[in-house]
Design a protein around this ligand. Structure first.
Ligand SMILES: *[C@@H]1O[C@H](CO)[C@@H](O)[C@H](O)[C@H]1NC(C)=O
Ligand SMILES: *[C@@H]1O[C@H](CO)[C@@H](O)[C@H](O)[C@H]1NC(C)=O
Ligand SMILES: *[C@@H]1O[C@H](CO)[C@@H](O)[C@H](O)[C@H]1NC(C)=O
Length: 940
C-alpha cells in the first residue's frame, strides 16, 4: 500500500513519547491526588514521631530513672523498675536463697497425690506444710546419708553485725519471684517473709532481722519452715511427682510443689555426680514469668556441702556468703517506637501504592480507554513500558520522600540501617509491586472491585505478616524452608524485609550501635538476603506473565492464546502483503435466498478481489461471526456471511434493529473480535494479520465518548495525532484544523477540560478524534445520539465535510441522519443485509405508495371517498376520524399531477379544510424490511 499520502505507522519511540506526554499532562491535572499520595507517608511519619515523643516523655519520667533522694541518686533509692537505669560501680552483695514454694502450694498428701512421708493436706490450710526436697541415687544408703545433711544449717553465729554470714549459714529461702539480675534481690524488698529451713519448727517460730545493705535499711521477717527430704527409688518417679504437682490453673488443692530434687547418680566416696531439678519459671499468680536462674546456686552449694561433710566431717564446709552482679554504667531506657511498630506500619505505607497502580490500570481498561488507544494505533509494548516507567517513577519518588522525611525527623528505622541496603530493597520491591499490580489488573473489569480487593490485600497482608509470619520467624524451631515458601507472597517478603530492618534498628538503638550493614546480610538469622533474591526473581518472572495475560484476557484488543506464534506467521506472510493478493475464504454455499441487491454487492466484492486495486477503502469478504452456544443453546450466528465494498468518498449507513449484529460487524472490522470465517481488507491489508498497520489509517468514533475527563480537547487531539505519527508543524496544523472543523476552536473551548464539555461538544470531539491523522476508513457508532437538533446539524456538517476523501461506515437509528449523511444504506437484520442501496432507491422499492390526507366537514366524507376511488381504484383507507381521512395510494396507479388536479376540482365543489400528500419515508421502509425479514426468519 505505498500510496504517497499514507504515513508509516508510528514508531515505538513516537508512541512512547505520545503516551508519556499525555500521562504527564494527565498527572499535572491530578496534582492534588498525587500530592495526597506522596503526603500520606509523611503524615504517617509525623504520627509515628508524635507517638515516639509521647513514649520518650513517658520513659523520661522518674519511674524509669535511677531513684534519687535529697539529691543523691543510686541503687538504694531505686525501685525494681528504676534499678536498670542506675550506674552501679560496686554492686551490693546478697545472700543466695532457695526458691521455696508458697505455703499453699507446698507438697502434701492428697487423694490425688497419695505420697508417703508427707503430712496430710490439712497443713495447706494452716500454711504449715513442709518445704520438701526429693532425693534419689545409685547407692541408696550413700544418697540418704548425704540427704540428711542437705537441709541442715551449720552452727549459726550470733554476731548480728555480720548479717551476711548469719544469713548465708542458715538455709534461707523465699517465695518471691526473682529478678533477672542480682543488683537487687527482690526477696529483700518484697513483703514476703524469708524462710529459714530447719528440721523442726516450733508452732509459731518467727523472728525479725534488720540490717543495712548498700545504705538501705532492710527489715525482714524470718519464718521457720520445716525442711523434708524424701527418698524416691529412681529419677523417673521423681519426674512423675514433679509433673503431677505442677500448678494447674487455680486447682490449688492439687498443687504439690517442691523446692528441688537431687539425683546423686553413681556418686561415691571418690566422686560426686549430681542432677538437680529446679523450677526456672517460678512466678506468682499474675502470669508474670521470669527465668529465675538466680536461685540455683544455693541448691548446688548445699549438695557440695553435704558431700564435704560426708568426706571430711561436720567441721568442714564451703561457705557461700553472697552473690553479686558485675558493676555497670548508668543507662537511659530507650525504646524506638518506629522500629517496634515499624514493620507493620511501613508495610502498609509501601503497599499503599499497590491499589493506586491497580485502579489506574483497571480504570483505563474499564473506561475502554486502552482499547480506544489501541484502535488509534498504540501498541501494547509502548503502553506497558510507559506505564511501567511512570509507576516506577511515582513509586520511587514516593519511597524517596518517605525515606528522606523519615530520616530527617530522626526515625531510627531509616537512620541506623545502611542506606545502600535500603535503596536496593525498596528498588527491588517497587518493581515487584508494579509487576503484581499489572498482573492483577488482568483479572478485574471494574474499578470498584479492584479498589476494594487492593486495599484488602494491603491491610490483610500487613496484619497476617505481623501476627502470623512474625510468629513463625521468631519461633526458631519452625522450619526455615516454610518461611521461604510463605515469603513468596510479595506482601510477606516486604514484611520480612522491613521486619529485619526494624530488628536491626531496634537493637542498634538499644545497644547504641548501628543497624544493618552489608556484612550482616551473611548472618544466618538475617532473612534479608533470601527476601531480596525472592523478590528479584519474582519480578523477573511476573512481568512477562503479566504482559502475556494482558494480551490473552486483558482489556485491550484480545489476541489468540498463542498470539506470539503470529509473529512468525506474519514474518513469512509479509512479502505477500506488499502486493495484495487476496485469498478466498471459506466455501460459498448459500442456502438462503438473497435479495438481488445483496447478491449484486457480493458479485462486486468477488470481482474486486480478483483484480486488486485500492480504489476501495474497505472490502469485507463473506465475513462471519458465530458465537458458540452455551448451556445447550444452539450456536448464535451474529453475522452470516457479509460482503460489502466501500469506495473512497462514500458514507455507508448501517440501519438495523437492536441485536441485529451491527456491533459484531464493527467490532470485527476494528479488531476487537476475530471473525469466525471470512475476512476484510482495509486499504488492501487483511484484518486478520495486519491490524497494526490498519490502525494507522483507521479512525473510530465509539458510541460512548471515551475521553479523559481532565485532558483538554486540544490535548486529546495532540495525543491521538502523535499516535497517528503526525509530527511538529504538521501535527499542530492538523489539530488546529480539526478543532476549527468541529467548531471547538473559537472561545478557547479547545483548551477546556473535556469533563466540562456539554454532550454535543464531547460528541464533536470524539468525531474529531476519529478523523485526526487523515484516516482512510472511519467507523462511527451512532454519532449523534442524544444531541439537540442544533448540535446534531453541527455534527452532520462535520461528517459531510469529512467524507469527501475517505470511506465512513456509520451505524445509526436515526433515519434522518442516514438520509442526510449516507450515500448508500444497508438494512441489517438478523446477521445479514436485507437490502443495500441509496436512500431514494430504497424508498422507491419498498415504499411504493403515497399517503393522501383530507379534512372536510363530516357530511362531505362520502364525496371524498368517491374522489379517491376515482383516482385509484385499489386505494386503501387507513385512518378516519370526524371528517379527516387518510388513504394509501399505490404509486403505479396515481400520478402526483392527477391528485393536484382532482383536489382543485373538489375544492370548487365543497369546502376542503386541509389536505396533504406525502411520500413514504425511510422509516416506513425500515419498518417494512425489518418486519418482513423477521417474519421470514420465524417461518423458516
Ligand atoms: C554404698 O555406699 C556405702 C557408703 O555410704 C558403701 O559402704 C557401700 O559399699 C556402697 N555400696 C555400693 C554397692 O557401692
Ligand atoms: C514451677 O513454677 C511454676 C510457676 O510458679 C508453677 O506453676 C509450677 O507448679 C512449678 N513447677 C513445679 C514442678 O513445681
Ligand atoms: C506478682 O509479681 C508482680 C511483679 O513482680 C507484682 O507486681 C505483683 O504484685 C505480684 N503479685 C502477687 C499476687 O504477688
Amino acid at each position: 500500500m505505498e500510496s504517497s499520502s499514507s504515513r508509516a505507522p508510528a514508531s515505538f519511540s513516537t508512541q512512547a513519547n505520545a503516551l508519556l506526554r499525555k500521562n504527564l499532562t494527565f498527572q499535572k491535572r491530578n496534582l492534588k491526588t498525587n500530592i495526597g499520595i506522596v503526603a500520606f507517608p509523611i503524615f504517617l511519619c509525623v504520627v509515628i514521631i508524635l507517638i515516639q515523643q509521647v513514649v520518650n516523655n513517658e520513659l523520661d519520667k522518674d519511674k524509669y530513672k535511677c531513684g534519687c533522694q535529697n539529691g543523691v541518686c543510686g541503687l538504694e533509692f531505686s525501685s525494681l523498675n528504676q534499678v536498670s537505669a542506675c550506674p552501679i560501680p560496686s554492686p551490693p552483695q546478697w545472700p543466695a536463697l532457695f526458691q521455696v514454694p508458697r505455703p499453699e502450694y507446698r507438697a502434701a498428701r492428697t487423694d490425688f497425690y497419695p505420697s508417703d512421708g508427707l503430712p496430710n493436706e490439712s497443713c495447706k490450710a494452716s500454711q504449715s506444710c513442709p518445704a520438701a526436697v526429693l532425693l534419689t541415687g545409685g547407692n541408696r544408703s550413700f544418697a540418704q546419708s548425704l540427704g540428711q545433711s542437705l537441709l541442715m544449717s551449720s552452727s549459726s553465729s550470733s554476731d548480728l553485725s555480720d548479717y551476711l554470714s548469719i544469713l548465708s549459714n542458715s538455709m534461707l529461702g523465699t517465695d518471691a519471684p526473682s529478678g533477672d539480675t542480682q543488683f537487687i534481690e527482690p526477696a529483700f524488698i518484697s513483703d514476703r517473709p524469708l524462710y529459714v529451713i530447719q528440721p523442726q519448727c516450733e508452732s509459731n517460730d518467727t523472728s525479725q532481722i534488720s540490717f543495712k545493705n548498700s545504705n538501705k535499711q532492710i527489715q525482714m521477717e524470718l519464718k521457720c519452715v520445716q525442711g523434708l527430704t524424701l527418698w524416691r527409688d529412681n529419677s523417673s518417679l521423681i519426674n512423675d511427682d514433679l509433673f503431677k504437682g505442677y500448678r494447674q490453673g487455680n486447682l490449688e488443692r492439687k498443687t504439690n510443689e517442691f523446692i528441688a530434687a537431687y539425683d546423686f547418680l553413681n556418686s561415691n566416696e571418690n566422686a560426686l555426680n549430681l542432677n538437680i531439678w529446679y523450677n526456672s519459671t517460678y512466678n506468682n499468680d499474675t502470669g508474670f514469668v521470669n527465668v529465675a536462674l538466680m536461685r540455683v546456686p544455693r541448691t548446688v552449694n548445699v549438695a557440695s556441702n553435704a558431700y564435704l561433710k560426708f568426706r571430711k566431717g561436720s567441721g568442714v564446709m564451703s561457705m557461700f556468703e553472697y552473690v553479686k552482679e558485675m558493676p555497670k554504667l548508668g543507662t537511659k531506657l530507650k525504646l524506638d517506637f518506629s522500629s517496634l511498630l515499624g514493620a507493620l506500619f511501613f508495610t502498609w505505607i509501601i503497599e499503599l501504592l499497590f491499589p493506586v497502580i491497580l485502579t489506574y490500570t483497571v480504570y483505563e481498561r474499564q473506561q475502554k480507554l486502552k482499547i480506544m488507544m489501541n484502535m488509534h494505533g498504540l501498541k501494547d509494548g509502548p503502553y506497558w513500558m510507559i506505564s511501567y516507567i511512570y509507576f516506577f517513577a511515582l513509586s520511587a519518588f514516593y519511597m524517596i520522600c518517605f525515606v528522606i522525611f523519615g530520616s530527617i525527623i530522626g526515625l531510627k528505622f531509616f537512620r541506623l540501617n545502611d542506606y545502600g541496603i535500603q535503596l536496593v530493597f525498596y528498588f527491588v520491591y517497587i518493581n515487584l509491586q508494579i509487576a503484581i499490580a499489572f498482573l492483577a489488573s488482568s483479572f478485574f473489569s471494574a474499578v470498584k472491585t479492584a479498589t476494594v480487593i487492593g486495599y484488602i490485600y494491603v491491610f490483610g497482608s500487613g496484619l497476617l505478616g505481623e501476627f502470623l509470619l512474625r510468629f513463625f520467624i521468631e519461633d526458631t524451631s519452625f522450619p526455615r524452608g516454610w518461611i521461604i515458601v510463605m515469603e513468596l507472597i510479595p506482601g510477606f517478603s516486604l514484611y520480612r524485609g522491613l521486619y529485619e530492618f526494624s530488628q536491626y534498628a531496634f537493637s542498634g538503638n538499644y545497644m547504641g550501635t548501628s543497624g544493618m550493614r552489608w556484612k550482616d546480610l551473611g548472618d544466618s538469622e538475617n532473612g534479608m538476603k533470601d527476601v531480596l533474591i525472592i523478590m528479584f526473581l519474582e519480578s523477573l518472572l511476573l512481568f512477562p506473565i503479566a504482559f502475556y495475560l494482558d494480551q490473552v484476557v486483558g482489556g485491550g484488543i484480545r489476541k489468540d492464546r498463542l498470539f506470539f506464534l503470529n509473529y512468525f506467521r506474519k514474518k513469512s506472510s509479509s512479502l505477500s502483503r506488499r502486493r495484495p493478493s487476496f485469498q478466498r475464504q471459506g466455501s460459498r454455499v448459500f442456502v438462503e435466498m438473497e435479495k438481488p441487491d445483496v447478491s449484486q454487492e457480493r458479485e462486486v466484492v468477488e470481482q474486486l478481489l480478483l483484480k486488486p486495486s485500492i480504489s476501495h477503502a474497505t472490502i469485507s469478504d463473506n465475513l462471519k461471526k458465530v458465537y458458540p452456544g452455551r448451556d445447550g443453546n444452539p450456536d448464535k450466528l451474529a453475522v452470516r456471511g457479509l460482503s460489502l465494498a466501500l469506495p473512497n468518498g462514500e458514507c455507508f449507513g448501517m440501519l438495523g434493529p437492536n441485536g441485529a449484529g451491527k456491533t459484531s460487524f464493527i467490532n470485527m472490522m476494528i479488531g476487537l473480535i476475530t471473525p469466525s470465517s471470512g475476512t476484510a481488507y482495509v486499504q488492501g491489508m487483511d484484518i486478520r494479520t495486519n491490524m497494526d498497520e490498519i490502525y494507522t489509517s483507521m479512525g473510530v468514533c465509539p458510541q460512548h465518548d471515551l475521553l479523559w475527563e481532565t485532558l483538554t480537547g486540544r490535548e486529546h487531539l495532540m495525543f491521538y495525532g502523535r499516535l497517528k505519527n503526525l509530527k511538529g508543524a504538521a501535527l499542530l496544523q492538523a489539530v488546529e484544523d480539526s478543532l476549527r472543523s468541529v467548531n471547538l476552536f473559537y472561545g478557547g473551548v479547545g483548551d477546556k477540560q473535556a469533563g466540562k464539555y456539554s454532550g454535543g461538544m464531547k460528541r464533536r470531539l470524539s468525531v474529531a478524534i476519529s478523523l485526526i491523522g487523515d484516516p482512510k476508513v472511519v467507523y462511527m457508532d451512532e454519532p449523534s445520539t442524544g444531541l439537540d437538533p442544533a448540535s446534531r446539524n453541527n455534527l452532520w456538517n462535520v461528517v459531510k465535510r469529512a467524507k469527501r476523501d475517505r470511506a465512513i461506515i456509520l451505524t445509526t437509528h436515526s433515519m434522518e441522519e442516514a438520509e442526510v449523511l449516507c450515500d448508500r444504506l444497508g438494512i441489517f437484520v438478523d446477521g445479514g443485509f436485507q437490502c443495500i442501496g441509496n436512500p431514494n432507491e430504497l424508498k422507491g422499492r419498498y415504499g411504493g405508495s403515497y399517503v393522501f390526507t383530507m379534512t372536510t366537514s363530516v357530511d362531505k366524507e362520502q364525496e371524498v371517498e368517491s374522489l379517491v376511488q376515482r383516482l385509484s381504484p385499489s386505494a386503501n383507507k387507513i385512518y378516519h376520524i370526524s371528517g379527516t381521512q387518510k388513504f394509501e395510494l399505490p404509486k403505479q396507479e396515481v400520478r402526483v399531477a392527477d391528485v393536484f388536479r382532482a383536489v382543485e376540482i373538489a375544492k370548487s365543489k365543497f369546502t376542503v379544510h386541509a389536505w396533504g400528500l406525502a411520500d413514504t419515508t425511510l422509516e416506513d421502509v425500515f419498518i417494512k424490511v425489518a418486519k418482513g425479514a423477521q417474519s421470514f426468519n420465524v417461518l423458516s
